[in-house]
Design a protein around this ligand. Structure first.
Ligand code: ZN
Length: 575
């Protein structure tokens, strides 16, 4: 021990009694992070001071400074206190009064990295931006020029309510792109696509073609095909036309580079942990090995990976603090919120009794949930409407009664429309809702299809918190943008980009919104002892914000600049 070290240590110990919370001196956190108990805070790797720190730790909610060692927070306190921990090899960061919060957690994200990197994006994936139909046609035309005739030209991230022309894209627009290529534009919501004449011709779809079960070929007022095709009718295009082909090496390379690209975007917006809906698990491991994984992954399994887990006895939680097997991928029980097919107990306003789609029978759902639950895997179902949520809870209650397992934390992705009875059952079963967050700002232009009465019980953050339910945030990217600050703004104001407000009774405070996007996200993947707050012993994941969301105009929270995103003590993004 050098003289300096001794001095630092003595100062630190002296200060520990005066308000510094540290990994080895704080009884409050002693039970939370056994791994860090032997870490000494002096000669820290990184010290952050002069900050407005919102820790999201109820034991010590506010601080000015903290120290990090070996990728974990080791001490938290005042600037004067923590400065004493600066040693020879310490990097120090003067936050100059900026705000620091724990790293944000997105609990539902499809993470389409390869689309973002390689495909034509006809809308803005990240922000509210109105585009013109002209711009869509021009972008696709440019791609068609470098694509052999007969091969598909595809566009992504179209949003029907973010078009300056104020009308839907149609077959004539897309015929302007090319008459020699099949052309398609996909809605970012994932349930509808728009085709040109060549694509319709290749698929053998014409005026006389009947709609298949579960989908439609839509028509204009003259009865001609307008190019819009919904849900299952899109299957007609799957095996027609040529598609760009790739060798298996190319596919692997694209998956890796796509994953690396979206990882960069996540930290750019302050996300330090993301729950991935499937995607390429091997690619995530590969980019981690090459140093390009910037965020932590809770990988939500489906298909053969889920089967593999069940048959080989691998449970939720397998992995480490960077890549961990989480809940299952969303098991779909009903339709979509943004595209108005979720299963409601009452008819959609003005829709002739239409109540949306339930996509699975109760028996099928009971069997699926029982099997996953018994295998020690965290159940996760996609349920938007009250009818679908009821069905999931019925199956969960059945599984918990017949096969009791402590703390099983079933997850309901979206969990959009609730009522008092559902809320009571959600609480009783320990169910975790992962609600849309950015929709409260980005998709308010679609709320009119439900109306204010239903919105009072939808995206029900206030009701969940008041009932003691640890609701978490799930952007559902690509349907919704993933920017946590956009989500927080909407959750606090319930006011959209179009200045309309919906369900003001469901507003939460800034502090509550941050907690939902941090600590509750960690809880949703059983990692609340590891991350989710700025607490000694936890992983040093945090975000430096140029302004304080608690004090800026609430309608400007989404514009606060992310200055730095730090994961495990390492700056993964710097403005
Ligand atoms: Zn989803």
């Amino acid at each position: 021990m050098t003289k300096d070290d001794r001095r630092n240590r003595r100062e630190f110990l002296g200060l520990a009694g005066a308000g510094v919370v540290s990994a080895f001196a704080s009884p409050a956190s002693a039970g939370q992070a056994p791994l860090a108990q032997t870490v000494d805070a002096h000669d820290a790797d990184l010290v952050v001071f002069n900050a407005k720190v919102y820790t999201m730790d109820a034991q010590a909610p506010r601080a000015e400074a903290f120290a990090i060692k070996n990728g974990r927070f080791v001490a938290i306190g005042s600037t004067n206190d923590i400065r004493g921990l600066i040693g020879k090899s310490t990097t120090s960061f003067d936050a100059k009064g900026m705000t620091v919060v724990p790293g944000f957690v997105d609990c539902h994200n499809h993470a389409p990295g390869t689309t973002l990197l390689y495909d034509v994006l006809v809308g803005n994936p990240y922000e509210v931006e109105f585009v013109t139909i002209r711009s869509i046609v021009d972008k696709l035309r440019a791609r068609a020029k470098e694509t052999p005739p007969g091969t598909w030209v595809e566009g992504y991230f179209f949003d029907d309510t973010k078009v300056k022309d104020n009308r839907l894209l149609n077959v004539h627009d897309l015929d302007e792109v090319s008459k020699d290529h099949p052309v398609v534009v996909h809605h970012r919501g994932g349930h509808t696509s728009f085709y040109n004449s060549k694509a319709l011709e290749l698929a053998g779809v014409n005026k006389e073609t009947k709609n298949p079960a579960g989908g439609t070929f839509e028509r204009d007022e003259l009865g001609d095909l307008n190019g819009r095709v919904t849900d299952r009718a899109r299957g007609a295009f799957n095996s027609v036309g040529k598609r760009e082909t790739f060798t298996s090496q190319q596919v692997e390379q694209r998956n890796r580079d796509g994953a690396a690209h979206i990882s960069k975007m996540f930290v750019r917006y302050g996300l330090t942990s993301v729950h991935h809906e499937g995607g390429d698990l091997a690619a995530l491991q590969d980019i981690r090995a090459r140093g390009d994984l910037k965020h932590r992954v809770s990988y939500e399994v489906q298909g053969r990976v889920l089967e593999g887990m069940i048959t080989s006895g691998i449970k939720t939680g397998f992995g480490d603090e960077w890549i961990k097997l989480g809940a299952t991928s969303e098991h779909t029980v009903d339709g979509s919120f943004s595209e108005r097919t979720m299963a409601l107990s009452v008819p959609y306003p003005g829709m002739n009794g239409y109540k949306g789609n339930v996509t699975e029978t109760q028996d099928e759902l009971n069997a699926w949930i029982e099997r996953v639950h018994r295998a020690g895997i965290q159940v996760n179902c996609h349920a938007n409407g009250d009818v679908a949520i009821d069905s999931v809870l019925t199956a969960v209650e059945r599984a918990q009664k017949n096969f009791p397992r402590a703390d099983s934390r079933p997850k309901i992705t979206h969990c959009t429309l609730i009522n008092d009875d559902l809320l009571r059952r959600i609480k009783a079963t320990g169910t975790i809702p992962a609600c849309f967050t950015t929709y409260t700002y980005y998709n308010t232009d679609k709320f009119k299809f439900y109306g204010e009465e239903l919105l009072k019980r939808s995206l029900a953050f206030r009701s969940f918190l008041d009932a003691g339910v640890p609701v978490c945030a799930g952007s559902d990217f690509s349907p919704g943008p993933f920017a946590p600050l956009m989500g927080i703004q909407g959750m606090v104001t319930r006011k959209g980009w179009d200045d309309t407000t919906w369900g003001l009774n469901q507003r939460v405070t800034v502090d509550e919104a941050i907690r939902i996007n941090t600590y509750n996200g960690a809880f949703a993947s059983y990692e609340e002892k590891l991350k989710g707050s700025i607490t000694p012993g936890k992983l040093a994941d945090f975000v430096v914000l140029a302004d304080d969301p608690h004090t800026v105009d609430p309608n400007k929270i989404k514009d606060i600049q992310i200055v730095r995103t730090v994961v495990g003590g390492v700056a993964m993004y710097q403005a």
